[in-house]
Design a protein around this ligand. Structure first.
Ligand SMILES: [Zn+2]
Ligand SMILES: [Zn+2]
Ligand SMILES: [Zn+2]
Length: 137
């Protein structure tokens, strides 16, 4: 037996349950590990995955509305998802954001994230009721 020490596999199992993540190919650089836009240099490492070509994201997750799952807004990493192209799946019931109609974009400045849903394209069902009056008219 070579497995010794105070780290039984049971403890790891609990930690994994609380914060489940999956490794996916980096959407921003498409797994190349290089900055896709060469902002600093064509050889600089991808800012999202730090050159690893893979990113660790929460599971389950949903596609980021603001960047359409690409991880990029124009030449910059999406501020909503951090460039991973996906977001942790909401735990509570959600509605399509009435402010951006689910696009996650600010109406007047599409490169900016919608302030009402923080770029997610959806809001919590409870919040929708609370904010209904604010956005009517
Ligand atoms: Zn990358
Ligand atoms: Zn995004
Ligand atoms: Zn919105």
């Amino acid at each position: 037996m070579y497995r010794r020490g105070p780290a039984p596999s049971g403890a790891e199992g609990i930690a994994a349950k609380q914060r489940a993540t999956v490794k996916v190919p980096c959407t921003f650089c498409r797994g190349s590990g290089k900055d896709p836009f060469g902002v600093m240099s064509a050889l600089s490492a991808c800012p999202v995955c730090a050159g690893r070509g893979v990113t660790e994201v929460r599971a389950p997750n949903v596609r980021c509305a603001h960047c359409r799952g690409t991880g990029a807004i124009k030449r910059f990493r999406c501020t909503v998802c951090g460039g991973t192209g996906c977001l942790p799946a909401p735990e509570n019931p959600t509605l399509v954001c009435p402010h951006c109609w689910g696009s996650g974009d600010d109406r007047s400045e599409p490169a900016m994230a919608c302030l009402a849903c923080h770029g997610r394209g959806h809001i919590q069902a409870q919040a929708a009721n609370a904010e209904k009056e604010e956005y009517s008219g």
